[in-house]
Design a protein around this ligand. Sequence first.
Ligand SMILES: [Fe+2]
Ligand SMILES: [Fe+2]
Length: 203
Amino acid sequence: MQTAKHAKPHAKTPRQPAVKGNGHSKHTGEDFEIDVRALRERAREHLDEGAVTEDYRADRDAVVHMLNNALATELVCVLRYKRHHFMATGIHAEPVAAEFAEHAAQEQDHADRLAARIVQLGGEPDFSPDGLSARSHAEYVTGKNLRDMIRENLVAERIAIESYREMIHYLGDRDTTTRRMLEDILAVEEEHADDMRDLLDRE
Ligand SMILES: [Fe+2]
Ligand SMILES: [Fe+2]
């Protein structure tokens, strides 16, 4: 399907023909043309590559590796929040335990999104428990009491925030779909960190 948008500030301006050459689109001044024939031909080649087209500009192996490390981080976060949810005890435990459960579910959603994107990029999501915590950026720390647990989660969230920001910076505009997904996840991690800090203040 053609996705070209033609800027037509003056209705009577004759349309410039697409500049042919390497078969890629040319953007000159106000005109935006896609070489549709070449585009259609490229789309028919390498169908096994799925969503990854010839103009994918990032290093696919590096991106898959990076996303697998993020996946490991999310899985470790799911496990830590689950543990904390079930182990939260004490007079203030109930709302905190509920918060832990909510975060665990959101970390699981992040893991699912990362795994789906890895497959879309032609990679394989690594769910192996062997070496999971080594692959993860954040640590699995059980915490002795409620306050400890909250603090450990805040530490893990801050690690996640920084690593997602680095990944986003690394991708730049070379893979905007992955970057957008990481930006969405980052926003949720920032909320998580905020939630944990609020809980620490309330303790
Ligand atoms: Fe997450
Ligand atoms: Fe988080």
